[in-house]
Design a protein around this ligand. Sequence first.
Ligand SMILES: NC(=O)c1ccc[n+]([C@@H]2O[C@H](COP(=O)([O-])OP(=O)(O)OC[C@H]3O[C@@H](n4cnc5c(N)ncnc54)[C@H](OP(=O)(O)O)[C@@H]3O)[C@@H](O)[C@H]2O)c1
Length: 280
Amino acid sequence: MKMTTLSNGIKMPMLGIGTFLVSEQDGYETVKEALKVGYRHIDTAQAYRNETEIGRAIKDSGIPREEIFVTTKLSARKLGYKETSEALDESLFKLGLDYVDLYLIHWPSSNTALNQETWKGMEVCYNTGRTHAIGVSNFQIHHLLDLFKVASVMPMVNQVEMHPGLQQEPLKVFLDKNNIKMISYGPFMKGEVFNREGKFYESLDKIGDNHKASVAQVIIAWGLQRDIMMIPKSVTPSRILENFKALDLVLTNQEMEMISLLNQGTRVYTDPDNVPYVKK
Ligand SMILES: NC(=O)c1ccc[n+]([C@@H]2O[C@H](COP(=O)([O-])OP(=O)(O)OC[C@H]3O[C@@H](n4cnc5c(N)ncnc54)[C@H](OP(=O)(O)O)[C@@H]3O)[C@@H](O)[C@H]2O)c1
């Protein structure tokens, strides 16, 4: 497994399994299958409502806890200093774990003070050992600059929408400068990238042909080669395996450049500066 090292020295697998829109029912089978195939990084969130089943799959896998990297995220409705800590305890109870590897603020509020208080709550979670690393998700550069003003512990990652249509290069440069790792969510644009009519599919398919690889594998390899962690979601066993095998694929510089031309700067997910369901 390709690993990266966070700013506090914690090692994190570069490829994980996403679980958004994976029901309680599917959560168990999906995570069990992923662990069987070799994934050791699971991405969940309080909002996904599948932590209980994921925890059960981890336990039943028989794999030692310390070999699995578990990320969960603070619900957008629970921002606040005390709330952050209480919500983590609830997640730990559901997951049946005594720590998570990474805890993230799922979405920023437009209320800067609230984001800052929440970050201080994240630091408490970190300092009490209930999470081995802390970070944010969907934070733009201006959100991060506001956090830096109060942070005693710097965020270790930022999980953001990132795919061939939204390559996030300026944010990546900023994160690199600040020793914050990027995690890509929605790598397949929620599946839209597989629309065969689109120009994405054609270019990516051509690159895949060079390596006898699928479009999904090309996207995963492209992200990993940019030093971005990838957490594709699939509930389909054959795709869970196919995505995992992307770890063996290496793209040429020319192929990397071809993909960089597909950037349009367009989102398939919510704009982080306008999140309707986040606490204000
Ligand atoms: N931090 C955040 O705010 C945030 C937001 C969104 C997502 N995320 C995280 O990022 C993860 C991934 O993003 P996502 O769930 O939005 O979407 P995604 O990974 O971009 O796409 C998932 C879709 O692609 C399909 N798929 C997967 N592998 C495939 C393959 N090899 N060939 C063809 N189709 C394939 C899946 O189908 P099947 O499942 O039917 O196989 C599903 O429809 C989430 O699950 C979640 O953990 C985080």
